[in-house]
Design a protein around this ligand. Structure first.
Ligand code: FAD
Ligand code: NAG
Ligand code: NAG
Ligand code: NAG
Ligand code: NAG
Length: 563
């Protein structure tokens, strides 16, 4: 009964090798492809087609999270952001929440236009964004949901949402219930009741926010408009007898009454208004339904299961498909971040291109592409981001590269795990090993220097970038003097990262636990009897594992055309 399975997997493994080149996923994909959020979180994923039209909507503000679905920091932020966004569904009349995945190739120009180099980046946009010039939005530099919410509670009220819409301006003296209802009538609004809050005047150092907060929290009732005033005669203007009350409600048909909250807080105001409305049979917009259990069951289709089984089979191998993916994503997404390149970021760009062109793991067409890019860049000192994109596109024309379009050794057992960052490490280790081999085209230290430049200027994973830069200082990256030292430096640095993030329930793939690499199974002599590293053995192991001659073609359409 058990036997058919391995046979089946083997067959799939073989099939994989025979598969025609995969279609370019990104060309047809839309914003709903696997990312960190979806509509059930009150976060709509947008892309290069849909972001701008969404920003031009003038009836509400927008909060946009630019993210990188592969980056651990964004993955860890996701549950927090989801909870906050679900809660802010109550502000939906005035606020839409969006996500843009900068790791998706078709969004690279968009994220460059909006100057996104770190993720997650939160930008807030008012209702009046026009298409005349690019509006970058206000950056919110916090990942704390309370601060983000407080920021928006402050900025949303600074806007005018048009007739009939929620209105944060204080009531003018002289306004009456009748004149107000008139304005709602003209705008054909569903408003049946106007709640009026009498506030104290703000004094230096004391900001009075009770009216604003009451308005925000009553947004789920479309039948209610909330207005506030500091004029003690306001209730008299609205037809109520004088009193020291602070909260009243007026009906379209002329009803007027004070309400009696249990305390002078916006929460108590909202509660007593809610009770009043309930008696009128008016209900708030229901909250978002509980999120559905996301079903990843279909993620591991038969092809992925076959890949996983193959990859988990010892001994550990390094796969060309992953190196191709890393270079593909570098050229089309990660290296395309800047509006313009000059000096440091230009050097960081050319350092990487130089190394991948010297130690190119791609096929012959890939070699042509990298050589062209390198040559073109060597004749310049600066380049605009849009020109770099064009350069990559034109240099690639007619060439057949990046055919597999899937991770093999870097496959994850769930969506969004491993993949790109795993392929980057694989590429970097590969480069340190290749650089050490004759004819030693680049000086010792050049790979680490390029990795450092990449981390500093291009890596979309912000905390990775910062940690790496700190590590570079602490571990004396620039003092590395030999090729072997360079290999071991990156190995030790990678192990430090492994140690730091091991056991993280969000980013660790249960099928690929973070270990101190290599495992004793994969390299018995790498540790001595006391469990201490034997560096010469580690070096030997890495040099053999990452050697170009030992790369596996598994998962690529064909090994033809390489080397
Ligand atoms: C420069 C850089 C910095 C990063 N910093 C962070 C960070 O600060 N926080 C964070 O959450 N994520 C960080 N990441 C991402 C994180 O390290 C992993 O890439 C991600 O969690 C996916 O892990 P993985 O299981 O696929 O294995 P990875 O750690 O990506 O490793 C890929 C493969 O390399 C091999 N390998 C593992 N260790 C070593 C080693 N020491 N030497 C040689 N080969 C090895 C293994 O075969 C492994 O499967 C960083 C990534 C990079 C490239
Ligand atoms: C900007 O928007 C206006 C009005 O919607 C439209 O007529 C115009 O063509 C747009 N301009 C650009 C550059 O998209
Ligand atoms: C609210 O404030 C008013 C005026 O300051 C006061 O008279 C009233 O007692 C307060 N209400 C409560 C419930 O504290
Ligand atoms: C870095 O260099 C300093 C000074 O040369 C030295 O004291 C320190 O031990 C070095 N650190 C590492 C991790 O090699
Ligand atoms: C390839 O790997 C094998 C065993 O894993 C090893 O013996 C061999 O030396 C490696 N080849 C190179 C060129 O490093």
């Amino acid at each position: 009964m058990i036997r058919p399975l391995p046979t089946l997997l083997l067959l799939c493994g073989l099939l994989l090798l025979l598969l025609p080149p995969c279609p370019r996923v990104s060309a047809q994909a839309n914003a709903s492809e696997v990312s960190l959020y979806d509509d059930t979180d009150n976060v709509e994923m947008l892309d290069i087609e849909s972001l701008r039209p969404a920003l031009y909507q003038n009836t509400h503000c927008k909060l946009v999270q630019f993210l990188n679905s592969f980056c651990g920091d964004c993955q860890r932020f996701a549950p927090v952001f989801k909870a906050m966004s679900r809660d802010l569904y109550k502000w939906r009349r005035l606020l839409r929440i969006y996500g843009v995945d900068c790791a998706q190739e078709r969004n690279s120009a968009l994220c460059r236009d909006y100057n996104i180099r770190q993720t997650p980046t939160l930008r807030f946009f008012g209702p009046k964004v026009t298409n005349k010039t690019i509006v970058y939005g206000e950056q919110i530099n916090s990942q704390n949901p309370k601060r983000i919410t407080a920021y928006m509670a402050e900025y949303i009220p600074r806007n005018d949402f048009g007739p009939g819409q929620p209105n944060f301006r204080r009531l003018k003296s002289g306004e009456t219930a009748k004149s107000l209802f008139q304005s709602y009538q003209d705008a054909q609004s569903p408003v049946e009741f106007i709640v009026v809050v009498l506030e104290q005047r703000s004094r230096p150092g004391i900001q009075i926010l009770i009216g604003r907060n009451t308005l925000l929290d009553l947004l789920p009732y479309k039948e209610v408009a909330v207005r506030y005033s500091v004029d003690p005669n306001i209730f008299a203007n609205f037809g109520l007898p004088p009193s020291n009350e602070k909260l009243a409600i007026f009906g379209r048909a002329g009803s007027a009454q004070y309400l009696h909250p249990s305390t002078n807080t916006s929460e108590a105001y909202v509660q007593v208004v809610g009770e009043f409305l309930e008696k009128q049979n008016i209900k708030p917009v229901p909250p978002l339904p509980a999120p559905k259990e996301k079903n990843d069951g279909s993620f591991l289709d038969i092809q992925k299961q076959a890949i996983l089984a193959e990859v988990l089979k010892p001994p550990a191998k390094v796969y060309r498909a992953d190196l191709e993916q890393a270079i593909d994503k570098l050229l089309h997404v990660e290296l395309q971040k800047w509006v313009s390149y000059e000096k440091e970021n230009y050097r960081a760009l050319t350092n990487i291109i130089t190394l991948i062109s010297d130690f190119n793991p791609l096929n012959k067409d890939g070699k042509v592409l990298l050589t062209t890019l390198r040559k073109e860049l060597s004749t310049k000192q600066t380049i605009k981001g849009s020109d770099l994109k064009t350069l990559v596109a034109t240099s690639k024309m007619g060439l057949r590269i990046f055919k597999a379009r899937r991770y093999i050794g870097c496959i994850g057992s769930r969506p969004l795990l491993r993949s790109f960052t795993c392929s980057l490490w694989t590429l970097f280790h590969y480069l340190t090993v290749e650089a050490a081999k004759p004819p030693q085209l680049e000086p010792p230290g050049s790979v680490l220097n390029a990795v450092h430049g990449f981390a500093k200027y291009f890596f979309g994973c912000t905390d990775c970038s910062q940690h790496f830069q700190q590590m570079a200082i602490r571990r004396n990256l620039t003092s590395v003097k030999s090729y072997d030292e360079q290999i071991l430096w990156l190995w030790a640095a990678h192990n430090e990262v492994n140690q730091r993030i091991a056991g993280d329930p969000i980013t660790e793939d249960p099928k690929f636990k973070k270990i101190q690499f290599p495992s004793s199974e994969n390299c018995p002599p790498c540790r001595d009897s006391k469990g201490e590293w034997v560096n010469e053995e580690v070096l030997k192991y890495l040099k053999s594992l990452y050697d170009k001659k030992n790369l596996s073609f598994y998962g690529l359409p064909t090994p033809n055309g390489y080397d």
